[in-house]
Design a protein around this ligand. Structure first.
Ligand code: CMX
Length: 469
């Protein structure tokens, strides 16, 4: 229970940030109505720091689980060895963002229009503060991001001077690295900032980067596929809708799709490659530009985010070999041929999930509402009928069900965004919301540099032998 003294302490901490404060004290404690995201964070952080101190003191020596030889060799599957606050993945149920499932987010997050799709700015508030935002709070984030969205010319120069065949994900990484020169955290660190204040410049860098990513992504798209003619942001549009607009897609359905897409790809707990890479590099106190780039180089792998590009390529192969009216039998043959040629079926399987990914279900729902007769939607629905059974028959695939990447390409294709090599950039823009929010918390909580123990095969053999004696 928070005491009155504690509450007034929290309010004092926010005041210097120049925010108009309104607090409601209810049964559950404080529900903040502050619309300044940084002030809301400042109000939350001391309590969470105290909670972590207590956890360490009371439970430090308790075991969370053992690590087997198989886990050490097999990509550390299932070893609970990381603190990640913004989301948690249940193998059966799927992801929860700060405790909320995807259907709950669709229902509770503010939207741009009555009954519309959630806006990612609301999700950013939720991920950062742990509280479901009010409409005003989400709007304030839209404003905050708009104010900081201007991308310096030197970033466009970097993009223009890259080899024309540079993959869009490589372009994204180069552009983010070009922005690193402006890192406030790097500058403050050089100037000797006290470690208790790290989170503040990390917050500033993270917001600056998130604000600029739609313009950067749209520039990559326009440079690569539309002859380099860039489109200005529309000051009346929100963050995700502006991304669609700057890419050249103003259809209302496409704006709504982009809001949903950018919301659901944001976070998937801490162990996936993009989140873990961002976290690991950030733990060395590399600033958010450097650590996010590490995450993006990981997202660019075909077993991770690039799978959404691979799904489209694979579907196009099906269509060019068999045509649009593919039958179930033809599809089965195609899936078996893929497996026999030593390839994976992209968009299916998962390292942690053991059921259909709710992000897949959410996108399938959007497709059913907005494009029920679209042939590609029907093709992906057919895959759902065919692939899980075949993957199960292989006897080795732990999760035969579709993941997020199996469906996203269908939505993009429908609205005319047909260049599949670009798809992972859209995933990456969204992923910034989760991994950078966690990055702020990692510094606020004072998490140390990551340094797990590695072993040689000889050392593993010796340890196992010693146990057997
Ligand atoms: N098609 C064919 N084989 C698959 C498969 C698939 N979709 N999914 C898993 N397998 C295979 C694995 O390659 C592995 O084979 P080997 O033992 O021969 O190496 C075996 O089944 C066991 O793998 P697993 O424990 O079920 O899965 P992993 O945790 O090793 O891998 C993942 C997870 C996602 C990399 C894998 O399912 C895969 O490659 N899927 C296709 C690519 C994809 O869709 N990736 C996107 C995932 C979501 C995301 O991160 O964005």
């Amino acid at each position: 229970m928070r005491s009155a003294k504690r509450l007034s302490g929290l309010l004092q901490q926010c005041r210097p940030l120049g925010t108009q404060l309104e607090e409601v004290v209810g049964l559950g404690g404080v529900r903040t109505l502050i619309t300044d995201l940084k002030a809301a964070m400042a109000a939350k952080i001391p309590k969470e720091q105290e909670r972590l101190r207590e956890l360490r003191k009371e439970c430090g020596p308790k075991a969370l689980g053992a690590c087997t030889v198989e886990q050490a060799i097999g990509g550390m599957r299932g070893i609970p060895a990381m603190l990640w606050e913004t989301s948690l993945l249940d193998p059966e149920e799927g992801i929860r963002f700060r405790g909320h499932t995807i259907p709950e987010l669709e229902e509770k997050l503010p939207s741009a229009k009555e009954g519309g799709e959630p806006i990612p700015e609301g999700l950013l508030w939720l991920l950062m503060t742990g509280e479901m935002p009010t409409v005003d709070q989400a709007k304030a984030v839209t404003e905050l991001l708009r104010e900081r969205s201007k991308v310096p010319d030197y970033v466009f120069d970097v993009l223009r001077n890259l080899h024309p065949n540079t993959h869009p994900m490589t372009q994204l990484c180069q552009a983010v690295l070009a922005l690193q020169v402006d890192s406030k955290f790097a500058a403050d660190y050089r100037a000797g900032i006290h470690k208790s204040k790290y989170w503040e410049p990390v917050f500033e860098d993270s917001i600056n980067l998130i604000a600029k990513l739609p313009t950067i992504a749209a520039a990559i798209y326009r440079n690569t596929y539309k002859g380099g003619k860039l489109i200005e942001a529309d000051p009346n549009l929100d963050w995700a809708a502006n991304l669609s607009h700057m890419m050249g897609y103003d259809d209302e359905g496409c704006l709504e799709m982009m809001r949903l897409y950018q919301t659901i790809h944001a976070d998937h707990e801490g162990g996936n490659v993009s989140a873990h890479a961002t976290h690991l590099v950030g733990s060395a106190l590399s600033d958010p530009y450097l650590s996010f780039t590490a995450g993006m180089t990981g997202l660019a792998g075909p077993l991770h985010g690039l799978a959404n590009q691979e799904v489209l390529r694979w579907l196009n192969e099906v269509r060019s070999e068999v045509g649009d009216g593919v039958t179930k039998e033809q599809m089965k043959e195609f899936v078996w041929a893929t497996l026999k040629s030593g390839k994976v079926v992209p968009g299916f399987g998962h390292a942690v999930l053991r059921k259909t990914d709710p992000r897949y279900t959410c996108q399938a729902g959007f497709a059913k509402r907005n494009m029920p007769d679209y042939p590609l939607y029907k093709l992906v629905a057919l895959l759902y009928d065919v692939v899980p059974d075949i993957l199960t028959q292989t006897g080795k695939v732990k999760n035969p069900w579709p993941n997020v990447d199996a469906h996203s390409g269908v939505l993009l294709q429908y609205y005319g965004i047909t260049e599949e090599n670009f798809y992972t950039v859209l995933f990456g823009v969204s992923r910034s919301l989760g991994v950078l929010s966690q990055g702020v918390w990692s510094r606020a909580l004072g998490l140390p540099i990551e340094r797990p123990k590695s072993l040689t095969m000889q050392a593993i053999e010796d340890r196992v032998r010693a146990q057997e004696l």
